[in-house]
Ligand binder design. Structure first.
Ligand SMILES: Cc1cc2nc3c(=O)[nH]c(=O)nc-3n(C[C@H](O)[C@H](O)[C@H](O)COP(=O)(O)OP(=O)(O)OC[C@H]3O[C@@H](n4cnc5c(N)ncnc54)[C@H](O)[C@@H]3O)c2cc1C
Length: 549
């Protein structure tokens, strides 16, 4: 990059160089260790190549363009016919092309829609973690496409029809019937005006027709509306049921999805999120009538994991930006990274990212093994909502603190921190907001109590003599099984996620596990980062691991 070193009035001094043209994998010790410990070490060279590509200045700039040039809804064509299409900036399409080429929408499935097996979840998660550091909006349809396959598995004829198009690695944005396309993407619509959490209150109706069902009603949030088909919930005669609604009817005409407007969102601006009416739209039933929640939950668990990966990735980028800046910026004759308080602050943040990274990859390992290992399945069931709760809720405050490390530069749009900060809250809100995640942990404990208690015991065993681990497990069990367990669930669920993070660190980064357990389980830090009691040697280790120089 050519820069103008001198203005008429002053030389430019002491500005940190842009954080770009980096290898997002090789420079991240926590990620490398977690990938290795969770079975995907053989992918290291490929992940490094991926990390170098996604860490280029061109990718960061494309992310800015995709978010500054937001999607537009085109309801009608020039002659007044309804089209209901979305127009995106070319940068958005470029990201879709890249992510689909890398298989982020489907690499955990075989071409016929079966689980690909270990270590496909961890390998995909590592890539997703890096993509999330650059551009998150386009990952909405990528996430939903891969997750919907989980639900379609209950309706083999529908899955058989679509699997090859879903798992194809090319991106085909054309607005034409799915059977004419090289590949397709999938979205989902559950949330209605009167309720998103309580989907049983859905008022959209479904009536059987000759070749499928006719759906009438609305969805208040339906993201990525240019997808080729959507999993939707609607009330059929037998109760709430899951359906797959394509953009084109079987006769080739445009289906009755009428987009009302796009949401004007805080962040997530490269992605379109619609309000939609279903005007006698055609759909296939997925699963039995009345089993809608049961069916769609297969998809929901997978989207929740992606919320976790995305938030952990954004935290990682915020940390890297903060540390990179601190290493280059001098204040009071010393680099910021050498000022004692800044060292403690960034080391404390690095410790949080160590925990989030190890925990995320360990959770994905459980998804890798769940089909053949009942213990891992129980672990995924209990921990997914707990981990989503903790990591997705931590990310916004974490990113804010990283932003402050850059001073005023952090607050302006030229750094990615402003965008990351606006993006972060959505992962906590959608696919089960914070309280709902805690209720889900309680549900897992009440429905699969024995298996869930075994998971807790296993976490304690893995932690060994880490400070605070046994006490944390006692607190979690007592609080969640107590008479006011629901009222006090947040404290216990947060602790559960941190206990699981400490356990994950003993497996992938034992060198920092003790510090994590001491400052998160035994003597919890204060309400802000930088309040942990860390020795200088621990801070040095954490900073070295955080961003290899
Ligand atoms: C950018 C964006 C994209 C989205 N995309 C989609 C999409 O593609 N498809 C889709 O279907 N939806 C989508 N949503 C909607 C999202 O999933 C819902 O907003 C979310 O599920 C919450 O539902 P709600 O808004 O109706 O809030 P409510 O259900 O009214 O919940 C409000 C609050 O109450 C809490 N709460 C609920 N029940 C309880 C309880 N029993 N005890 C204590 N607290 C409780 C919740 O945690 C939440 O904090 C999207 C949302 C956003 C912001």
């Amino acid at each position: 990059m050519t820069v103008q070193p001198r203005f008429e009035s002053h030389d430019i001094l002491n500005q940190s160089p842009p954080y770009e043209d980096v290898d997002l994998f090789a420079s991240d010790r926590a990620l490398r260790d977690a990938v290795e410990a969770n079975g995907a070490g053989a992918e290291a060279a490929a992940l490094s190549e991926f990390g170098r590509h996604w860490g280029t200045a061109a990718m960061f700039d494309a992310a800015r363009l995709a978010n500054e040039n937001t999607p537009k809804l085109k309801i009608f064509d020039t002659k007044g016919f309804r089209r209901d299409t979305i127009e995106f900036h070319p940068a958005y399409h470029a990201f879709m092309t890249e992510s689909m080429k890398a298989g982020l929408h489907a690499s955990t499935w075989t071409p016929d829609g079966k689980r690909a097996g270990a270590p496909s979840e961890v390998a995909r998660a590592a890539r997703y973690f890096m993509v999330a550091q650059v551009e998150n909006g386009h990952m909405c349809p990528i996430t939903m496409t891969r997750a919907c396959v989980g639900a379609l598995g209950v309706e083999p004829p529908v899955l058989a029809k679509l699997a090859a198009k879903i798992t194809a690695r090319s991106y085909d944005p054309r607005f034409i019937p799915w059977w004419e396309k090289d590949s397709i993407t999938l979205g989902m619509g559950m949330t209605e005006k009167q309720g998103g959490t309580d989907v049983r209150a859905n008022t959209t109706t479904a009536v059987a027709s000759a070749d499928g069902y006719t759906i009438t009603g609305h969805k208040w949030f339906m993201s990525a509306p240019m997808c080729d088909a959507f999993l939707v919930l609607a009330q059929a005669p037998g109760g709430l049921t899951c359906f797959l609604m394509p953009r084109f009817r079987p006769d080739g005409s445009v289906n009755g999805l009428h987009f009302q407007r796009l949401k004007d969102k805080l962040g997530n601006r490269s992605n379109a999120s619609s309000e939609v009416e279903f005007a006698q739209a055609f759909a296939w039933r997925v699963g039995e009538e009345g089993r809608g929640v049961r069916t769609i939950i297969e998809m929901v668990q997978l989207t929740r994991v992606d919320c976790v990966i995305s938030s952990a990735g954004m935290m990682r980028m915020a940390l890297a930006q903060a540390l990179h800046h601190a290493r280059h910026r001098t204040v009071f004759q010393k680099k910021l990274a050498d000022q004692p308080m800044m060292r403690t602050l960034i080391a404390d943040m690095a410790l949080e990212v160590e925990g989030a990274t190890a925990l995320t990859m360990r959770l994905c390992r459980s998804f890798d093994l769940a089909a053949t290992d009942a213990k891992e399945a129980a672990r995924a069931r209990l921990l997914t909502p707990a981990v989503k709760y903790w990591i997705c809720k931590t990310a916004p405050g974490f990113i804010y603190e990283a932003m402050e490390c850059l001073g005023g530069n952090g607050y302006v749009e030229e750094t990615p921190l402003a965008r990351l900060y606006r993006e972060a809250p959505v992962n906590a809100i959608w696919e089960g907001s914070g309280n709902v995640m805690c209720l889900d942990v309680l549900r897992a404990l009440s429905r699969e109590g024995e298996a869930a208690r075994a998971v807790l015991a296993d976490l304690v065993r893995t932690c060994g003599d880490l400070p605070g681990a046994k006490e944390a497990a006692g607190f979690i069990a007592k609080t969640l099984s107590g008479p006011d367990g629901e009222a006090k669930a947040r404290a216990a669920v947060e602790k559960l996620a941190m206990l699981a993070a400490a356990a994950a660190l003993t497996e992938s980064a034992p060198v920092v596990a003790e510090a994590f357990a001491r400052t998160r389980l035994a003597t919890p830090r204060g309400g802000t980062f930088g309040t942990s009691d860390l020795a200088e040697s621990e801070a040095g280790e954490l900073l070295n691991r955080a961003l290899l120089q």
